[in-house]
Design a protein around this ligand. Structure first.
Ligand code: GLU
Length: 472
């Protein structure tokens, strides 16, 4: 049977990094064997599920490039199917209506706590006769969990897990209003969708024995299970909003490349020797559930930043530009008519960690800066810089052509004519044309900014020096 995995998020919030990592592992495990990856939206909790959240999940998956082969299925569209399976279980005596009131259940719980017993339903309605069941009265439907025996499964990550049935109570599979519950819909779907591998967060590991019992009662084939340990924040607590950006789309907004985030997520809990960089293709080849760590992993933003920079430097520039464009738009930087953005990537990626920073770092190639960086101006736009700037400007006006080589020559001629070191000309000029003290090679920077803007900005720097002289 070919492999089929599914990612089954509940749309009650955004797609967070934990979910994204689970989705990635599901995706990789399917693709590794040319199997199928299913997306299923578990939206039966109608109070907490929202359309925005569904959209956030779809957007996140698309941005990450984790495309599904089947779905998205929506559980709310499958209620008829769950009802059929429920009726079937009832008819076979594998489920039963339970009329216990909330008061009775609360009292039961209270008593179990006092007696330090396992908390759970006591099977009060399990053996009611048909005559005793008044279906006109409010009731839920419970699954008849086996009373004895042990449920054992071989978790592909955690190893063998066994739970005694005595510890499991009769789970509600349909609420008073008839709507099905989580554990039941998951089982019906995994069977109907012929899922071979259930890969999910280990917060679900306690549900698995119950689900296995239901699978057996329905008469289906048990999938294999792999429970992925959770992700912790750098303080050792479970990763949550408190640790900053946890929504996948927040990472897009903050300037990360999806390739970098995927690479980061695959390594968070899995390794292959000491290899750090994995293309999606590498991951598909090398990933193995068996190699996923059993222990939780801690999120490390520094590492993610490092990877992001590696990807900015190593991906084809056009690919980086595809993702950079969104940030340019956000920061209202119009690159029309300026130097091709692709050319800037290899020069600038070294200096920044994120696409957001990259967009803002290349702004001066396309528009005049508003203010000088105060430190750079203080240091380099001093009265002694006036003469080199004026002479350089004169020469730039006359430049035979506007190529990096010629422009570089002009800077060096200016320095020798004034008997100054290159830095005494180059630094004021750099601050004049970029507004700050860092840029790629000066000749290239001059060429890419363009003649008109260079001359205009040198005037701006000269004005600045004049004002500075006047106020001192
Ligand atoms: N819908 C569940 C969740 O979002 C996951 C269910 C599963 O993977 O079995 O936590």
């Amino acid at each position: 049977m070919s492999v089929k995995t599914r990612f089954a998020p509940s749309p009650t919030g955004y797609l967070h990094v934990g979910g994204a990592r689970t989705a990635l592992y599901c995706y990789l495990h399917a693709k590794k064997t040319s199997g199928d990856f299913v997306l299923r939206i578990e939206d039966t909790d109608r109070e907490r599920s929202t359309d925005e959240s569904v959209q956030a999940i779809l957007d996140g998956m698309e941005w990450l490039g984790l495309s599904h082969d089947e779905g998205p299925y929506y559980q709310t569209k499958r209620f008829d199917r769950y009802a059929v399976v429920k009726e079937h279980l009832l008819a076979e005596g594998k489920a039963y209506p339970c009329f216990c009131s909330k008061e009775r259940l609360d009292a039961l719980r209270e008593e179990q706590m006092q007696n330090k017993q396992n908390i759970g339903y006591d099977g009060h309605c399990r053996n009611l006769t048909v005559q005793e069941q008044d279906l006109s009265q409010p009731h839920v439907i419970r699954f008849k969990n086996p009373l004895d025996g042990v449920v054992t499964f071989d978790d592909l990550i955690k190893g063998e897990i066994s739970v005694s049935n005595a510890e499991l109570d009769d789970l509600i599979i349909a609420r008073t209003d008839g709507t099905p519950t989580y554990n039941f819909t998951v089982v019906v779907d995994d069977l109907d969708m012929k899922i071979t591998h259930v890969i999910r967060g280990d917060d679900h590991v306690n549900n698995t024995p119950r689900q296995i019992n239901m699978i057996e009662a329905i008469g289906g084939q048990r999938p294999l299970f792999a429970h992925v340990p959770m992700i912790l924040g750098d303080d050792g607590k479970r990763l949550s909003k408190r640790h900053g950006a946890v929504s996948v789309m927040q990472y897009r907004d903050d300037g990360y490349l999806p390739q970098a985030l995927l690479n980061y997520l695959v390594r968070l809990g899995w390794s292959h020797g000491d290899q750090e960089i994995f293309s999606l293709e590498d991951m598909v080849h090398l990933f193995a559930l068996e190699d996923v760590n059993r222990a939780p992993s801690a999120f490390n933003t520094e590492k993610l930043n490092w990877l992001n920079q590696q990807y900015m430097k190593s991906l084809p520039a056009t690919e980086v530009v595809n993702h950079l464009e969104w940030h340019l738009e956000q920061q209202k930087i119009n690159t029309d008519g300026g130097v091709a953005v692709e050319l800037l990537i290899p020069e600038m990626a070294e200096r920044v960690k994120t696409l957001k920073e990259l967009a803002s770092a290349i702004r001066y190639f396309y528009e005049d800066y508003q203010e000088f960086d105060p430190n750079a101006a203080k240091k380099h736009l001093r009265p002694v810089a006036r003469q080199p700037l004026e002479l350089a400007k004169e020469k730039l006006v006359e430049a035979a052509d506007w190529s990096a080589e010629t422009l570089h020559q002009i800077v060096s001629d200016t320095a020798s004519e004034l008997e100054l070191g290159m830095g005494k000309v180059g630094m004021p000029l750099r601050v004049a044309i970029t507004g700050a003290g860092m840029s790629p090679d000066l000749g290239i920077t001059l060429e890419w900014i363009g003649k008109e803007a260079v001359l205009r900005r040198i005037d701006k720097a000269l004005d600045f020096i004049t004002k500075r002289e006047a106020s001192s």
